[in-house]
Design a protein around this ligand. Structure first.
Ligand code: ATP
Ligand code: MG
Length: 563
């Protein structure tokens, strides 16, 4: 408990259990693990689990292992292993020298299985999968014992060894635990421990042709590693009696399993299978497409590790499934970027402005504040000249009532510069606005204190001759309904938001950004937070991803008009 007070983190039901275990001396320390299956990239739900497992160990002065649950030989991939490691490191956690693979334990698991066979607690079943499934019964219908259930220990040992030696084909036999075919808990109805699979494994190659089932490997892997608190999601609650049964029959270290509710986030999906589908079918550009809910996508989009960790802490843990509003994640990144981001000016949809009374060839270097939230970030110079660009959205030829920015005959302040007035609108032959002819009021230079003229709007701009070209990618939610995975009758892909990506190829940013590097983050004043894309941006072609808007919706920005 003293840890709690020091860290100022609220307690939760998991910590209460741990506190009790330490008090009762069931364990002397805390050792957790994060056990991903390397069959996809990590998503924000995994981030929650990582923060929880590593966070608990940190709080209690314990340790956390990274263990790849690689029991399934065909679906796993080295690419996933590497990406998972990178993501955990990026989040700021360290498994030190404790990187493990469930496949490291294949020998031990085999020995454990032999031990159970010898105890009469496991047997080789030669029924077909269909038969086994049929005989398992249903939650309301007791199962039926297999006709192979009472094979002798010798026969079982012999068959199991020959299964291992590759004498049989896929599906010919399985090894099952001998528990209780009438148990109301289906997981206890003689679950399969091993199946034959003549497949190559990404680490053990062709060494094995029998592979442990997840339920057989998972609890024992925890036990072998001396895990004290095995934290998992709710769907494993019903598996706990099985995991307990295994470690008790094997008489090995007994971790305590604690279940919590999965993190679900609105307007997105967390199923790896579905995320893979989005990638494979080209609905997104890859696992790290900035619209994906993966950690690599959030990183590329400009999220900070701190914002994800704070979000994870802030949503807490629950015992019942729920859906967290994605707004809370966006809030977390805004809070963080607001404190740390340098402010700059960028014009997404440029509209040319010529200042008729500004001397040709003159350039002024104006002072701009880098971050009003952090004085130590200092100031920079922004060039100002006769030809400028403003955002097309900041001009309306026929302004509606609450529009306080630029329109014919009206004045607006240019950030860090002068008040300008729109004198004339120049159009092309088709009636499209080509440029605005304006005048500036020399007395109104920001910070000069010469004039007390007030205008209602301030807008951003860039100097035409100094501006740097940029591509800007604006992201919206990938799905247009809050729970795209929920509807059983509709394919989740039918809910994909067709406008989730808008690419602007003619944006302009102030010259300070010329040397921006992949991963650099900025606030574009009045527009949002942007991050230089780590894949597609280069010195000759800057690409910015919009991480998040400044406020929670465009609607609100419009309602506020212009400050
Ligand atoms: P699969 O269906 O492929 O098993 P999974 O999401 O469970 O998918 P794992 O790689 O097994 O993927 O997950 C690793 C760890 O992350 C597990 O301990 C799991 O409980 C946890 N985890 C996965 N998804 C979430 C989520 N949405 N919220 C919290 N924890 C999660
Ligand atoms: Mg899983």
């Amino acid at each position: 408990m003293s840890e709690d007070i020091e860290n100022n983190k609220p307690s939760n039901f998991i910590k209460e259990i741990i506190d009790e275990d330490l008090k009762e001396k069931r364990y002397t320390h805390v050792h957790t693990r994060f056990p991903p299956e390397p069959n996809g990239y990590l998503h924000i739900g995994h981030a929650k689990s990582i923060c929880l497992n590593f966070g608990l160990a940190e709080e209690y002065g314990g340790k956390t292992n990274l263990r790849f649950d690689d029991t399934n030989p065909t679906k796993e991939d080295v690419e996933y292993v590497e990406s998972i490691k990178e993501d955990i490191k990026w989040l700021g956690f360290d498994w030190e020298d404790r990187l493990f693979f469930a496949s490291d334990y294949f020998d031990t698991l085999y020995e454990y299985a032999v031990k159970l066979i010898k105890k009469g607690k496991a047997y080789v079943d030669s029924s077909s999968y269909e038969q086994i499934k049929e005989e398992r019964g249903a939650p309301t219908k007791p199962g039926v014992e297999s006709k192979y259930r009472n094979r002798t220990v010798e026969e079982n040992l012999d068959l199991f060894e020959r299964m291992k030696n590759g004498e049989f084909g896929d599906g010919e036999h399985v090894l099952r635990a001998k528990i209780d075919m009438t148990s109301p808990n289906m997981n206890l109805r003689d679950p399969i421990m091993y199946r034959i699979r003549h497949a190559e494994h990404h680490r053990t190659g062709k060494e094995w042709c029998i592979y442990p089932m997840y339920d057989w490997a998972h609890g024992q892997s925890d036990s072998i590693e001396g895990i004290t608190h095995s934290i998992c999601t709710l769907e494993f609650e019903n598996h706990r009696p099985l995991y307990d049964w295994f470690v008790e029959e094997l008489e090995i270290h007994h971790p305590r399993q604690i279940e919590f509710a999965r993190l679900n986030l609105s307007y997105t999906i967390m199923s790896k299978r579905k995320l893979l589908q989005l990638v494979e079918e080209g609905h997104v550009s890859g696992w790290d497409d900035p619209r994906m809910p993966t950690i690599s996508a959030f990183r590329r989009r400009g999220y900070t590790p701190e914002s994800i960790r704070n979000f994870s802490d802030e949503v807490g843990i629950a015992k019942r499934d729920n859906v967290i509003d994605i707004f809370r994640l966006e809030y977390s990144i805004r809070q963080d970027l607001n404190k740390r981001s340098m402010r700059v000016m960028g014009v997404l949809n440029p509209l040319k402005v010529e200042l008729l009374n500004y001397p040709e060839g003159q350039v002024e270097e104006l002072d701009a504040i880098n971050n009003p939230e952090d004085e130590s970030m200092g100031k920079r110079k922004v060039p100002f000249s006769r030809e400028l660009y403003i955002d097309a959205h900041d001009f309306q030829e026929n302004p509606h009532k609450k529009f306080f920015r630029l329109s014919p005959g009206r004045e607006v302040r240019l950030r860090y510069a002068y008040i300008i007035k729109c004198e004339e609108v120049i159009k092309d032959a088709d009636g499209n606005i080509e440029k605005l002819l304006c005048t500036y009021d020399i007395e109104t230079k920001s910070g000069s204190g010469k004039s007390d003229k007030k205008v209602k709007g301030t807008i951003h701009w860039v100097s035409a001759q100094h501006a740097v070209n940029a591509e800007v990618r604006l992201y919206d939610r990938l799905f247009n309904v809050p729970n795209p995975g929920d509807d059983k009758d509709v394919d989740f892909k039918d809910h994909i938001n067709p406008n989730s990506l808008e690419v602007l190829t003619h944006s302009l940013v102030e010259p300070y950004l010329k040397n921006a590097k992949p991963g650099d983050r900025f606030q574009f004043e009045r527009l949002g937070y942007f991050c230089v894309d780590s894949k597609d941006s280069s010195e000759d072609h800057l690409v910015f991803n919009r991480t998040v808007t400044l406020r929670d919706s465009w609607a609100k920005i419009e309602k506020r008009g212009n400050k």
